[in-house]
Design a protein around this ligand. Structure first.
Ligand code: PRX
Length: 660
């Protein structure tokens, strides 16, 4: 039975005795022993785990190579193949007939694929890629929706040593172009369309649009999966149907054995400048942490049905769909659709139908489903049988205690521990998280570092701050699944993550955090740079500003800040100076729509500002710097208490008070 106890300050939730007894890491003493082992022999700790969880073609002799810090290398003289580890190895262990993926399409159709079948499919794609001249060291951009083909395409790239770069299907042609150019990819894998919320949304035509722009000249082939017979234009000599490419291919394919340091993938994420960063991950260290965290944080067992609701276009989908669960031989759900279609009970129905036992989603989804459930019993979790669940997870943004409690009670039946996992695209896998059979949980806190991760909170000079006092989140030692570099820009990598402020010694996460005075638990207090987190999606304020000012016929100047939002966590709020007189009423609304559409086109719908405010100028200091703090207060609707005496024209504050 789960016990919940109340102390004078915080409510603490304990995992049940039964859960603890069966957990991969069982009890606080076991956790502490792992941490102590890592403390005593850091390299030996990771090396032992790497030998236990990964099959190596050639064993490594050195765990960590710090000779070119902060470009750390792990297991560098070992060779392996990620796809072999995720597929062949499971078939060889006798799991060939086990279901690897249960795919549920937007419309509800279910397709299951076993490990043997997924291996065969992956091999056919891999052979197809080889047949068109793709091989080790080439980059392949994947622009596809949630599908078995998407996972298999990633696995196929890994199999032949090609580095994949998945671009989320919600990004625009312009964003896709930028990523294609930066990766220097030779091929794109896409589909005719994606189906979400009952609608067919184009993919292939967006690829066509991107490839028509300058910068994509290196693309030789576009492979097109036929998802739903949507009309597409196939360019002679360049575009090939995936089915035609794979039809005659053998269902076996010798893996390319690569160094542990070989780049498995590039994944673009937002930073504090306008240009997204191509985060480069390794093969060996990354796969180790993907497998290890799936084992320890998610406690994945042979008969579990695991469901991570993230998209493969984000890092969560990479680590906890394509790599982690498959590396352990698990059975997982891949879902094409959206949580609110055909109604907001979709997640609960799918948990019931597939007897999902481990469920991992984002606070934004939970918050929006709470609203829907409170308005309509039919889509409330209580209307479904969710007794198959034994563990829940949360990722991507802080989970507010009220949403945590609801998730715990109504989805987890007050029975399932919640792993509030803090991590980032750059970290490859979980960094700070409760382990379900170990950690007493406090809603809203991601609790303690994963064993071996040396997370700490420091001040601007790199000095440790005492518990109870907020500061800057850092990681003091390199870890196997960490970012290796920013693709093509080592200097930016060093500047962003190993800044001179900390003598280049600590990894800078970019988040603020505080440790509880008594328990030492971590709570993330939010980004300390110009990065917003909207619905768990990371966005740079400068990226959105650049998109706005690229609307040159209308926009003279723009500044973007975040403001709290009940559902999406943060919302994008844009302050815009137009090249025309200040609009009001319907005219302002129409221009705001035009600007939103423009941002949608430049970046993607997820970046569209929720609020747009117009002014004849932006509030600036005497030296001409935009007063962002003031903008944040305006965005929140707060009373302005800051000193505004330096403002050239204080009336702009009242202009900027109106959101469209
Ligand atoms: O601010 C933190 C927040 O999301 C950022 C990382 O975003 P991204 O690279 O897109 O990866 C998201 C999925 C791993 C972090 O810098 N974040 C992520 N998880 C949490 C979180 N904030 C609070 N609590 C979390 N559990």
């Amino acid at each position: 039975m789960t016990q919940a106890e109340t102390t004078s300050e915080t409510k603490i939730y304990l995992p049940s005795d039964a859960f603890v007894a069966n957990a991969a890491v069982s009890g606080m003493a076991a956790y502490e022993a792992l941490c102590a082992k890592a403390e005593a022999d850091y390299e030996g700790y990771w090396a032992d785990l790497a030998r236990e969880l990964i099959s190596w073609k050639t064993p490594f002799t050195t765990a960590l190579d710090e000779s070119n810090a902060p470009f750390f290398k792990w297991f560098a003289d070992g060779t392996l193949n990620a796809s072999y580890n995720c597929l062949d190895r499971n078939v060889e262990r006798g799991l060939g007939d086990k279901t690897a993926i249960i795919f549920e399409a937007d419309g509800g159709e279910v397709t299951k694929i076993t490990y043997s079948e997924l291996l065969a499919k992956t091999c056919q794609i891999a052979n197809g890629l080889r047949s068109i001249g793709i091989g080790k060291g080439d980059r392949v951009v994947i622009y596809i929706s949630m599908s078995i083909e998407g996972v298999a395409a990633m696995q196929a790239c890994a199999r032949i040593g090609a580095t994949h770069s998945v671009v989320f299907g919600g990004f625009s042609a312009q964003s896709l172009r930028d990523r294609i150019e930066d990766t220097g990819a030779k091929a794109v894998i896409t589909a005719d369309c994606q189906v979400r919320g009952g609608k067919k949304l184009a993919l292939k035509s967006i690829v066509d649009e991107a490839l028509a722009m300058p910068g994509c000249e290196k693309i030789e082939k576009v492979l097109v999966v036929n998802r739903a017979d949507a009309p597409v234009t196939m360019v002679e000599g360049r575009d090939v149907w995936m089915n035609d490419l794979t039809a005659g291919q053998a269902t076996t394919c010798e893996p390319e054995w690569v160094s542990a340091e070989h780049p498995l993938f590039l994944l673009y994420t937002s930073g504090s400048t306008g240009k997204p960063k191509g985060v480069q991950h390794s093969t060996g260290g990354y796969l180790l942490h993907a497998a290890l965290t799936t084992k320890w944080t998610f406690d994945l067992k042979a008969d579990d049905v695991f469901w991570c609701t993230a998209d493969i276009g984000w890092v969560t989908g990479h680590t906890y769909i394509t790599y982690g669960p498959l590396a352990l031989g698990g059975t997982e759900i891949v879902f094409e659709g959206v949580p609110t279609y055909p109604d907001a009970g979709r997640f609960w129905k799918m948990i019931q139908d597939h007897k999902v036992s481990i469920f991992y989603t984002a606070p934004t989804a939970i918050r929006s489903l709470i609203k829907a459930a409170e308005a309509n019993d039919a889509v409330h979790p209580k209307s479904y049988d969710l007794t198959s669940l034994r563990l829940l997870g949360s990722v991507g943004e802080p989970i507010n205690p009220a949403a945590w409690e609801w998730y715990y009670k109504h989805v987890g039946g007050s029975r399932c521990p919640i792993a509030d996992t803090f991590w980032q695209t750059e970290t490859g896998g979980h960094m700070i998280t409760p382990l379900p059979g170990v950690t007493p949980m406090v809603p809203g806190s991601c609790t303690l570092p994963f064993p071996g991760i040396q997370a700490a909170i420091v001040d601007e000079t790199g000095k440790d701050v005492p518990n109870g006092q907020g500061g800057i989140l850092v990681v003091k030692k390199p870890w196997p699944s960490m970012i290796r570099t920013i693709w093509g820009d080592g200097e930016r990598f060093v500047k962003s993550y190993y800044p001179a402020d900390f003598q280049g010694k600590y990894y800078l996460a970019g988040d603020g955090a505080i440790r509880d005075a008594k328990t030492g638990y971590f709570t993330i207090t939010g980004r300390i740079d110009d990065v917003l987190n909207v619905s768990g999606h990371r966005m740079g304020t400068m990226e959105i500003e650049s998109a706005l000012v690229s609307c040159t016929e209308l926009v003279a100047e723009a500044a973007v800040v975040g403001r709290p939002d009940d559902t999406t966590g943060e919302a994008v709020c844009a302050f815009v100076v137009l090249k025309r007189p200040l609009p009001v009423g319907d005219e302002a609304k129409a221009i705001a729509k035009q600007l939103r559409d423009h941002v949608g086109k430049e970046i993607g719908p997820i970046a569209k500002p929720k609020d747009i405010r117009f002014g004849e100028n932006l509030p600036k200091t005497r030296s001409g710097k935009i007063m962002r703090r003031l903008l944040r207060s305006l965005a929140k609707g707060e009373e302005i208490t800051q000193d505004t005496s330096t403002l050239e024209n204080p009336t702009i504050l009242s202009q900027l008070g109106q959101a469209y």
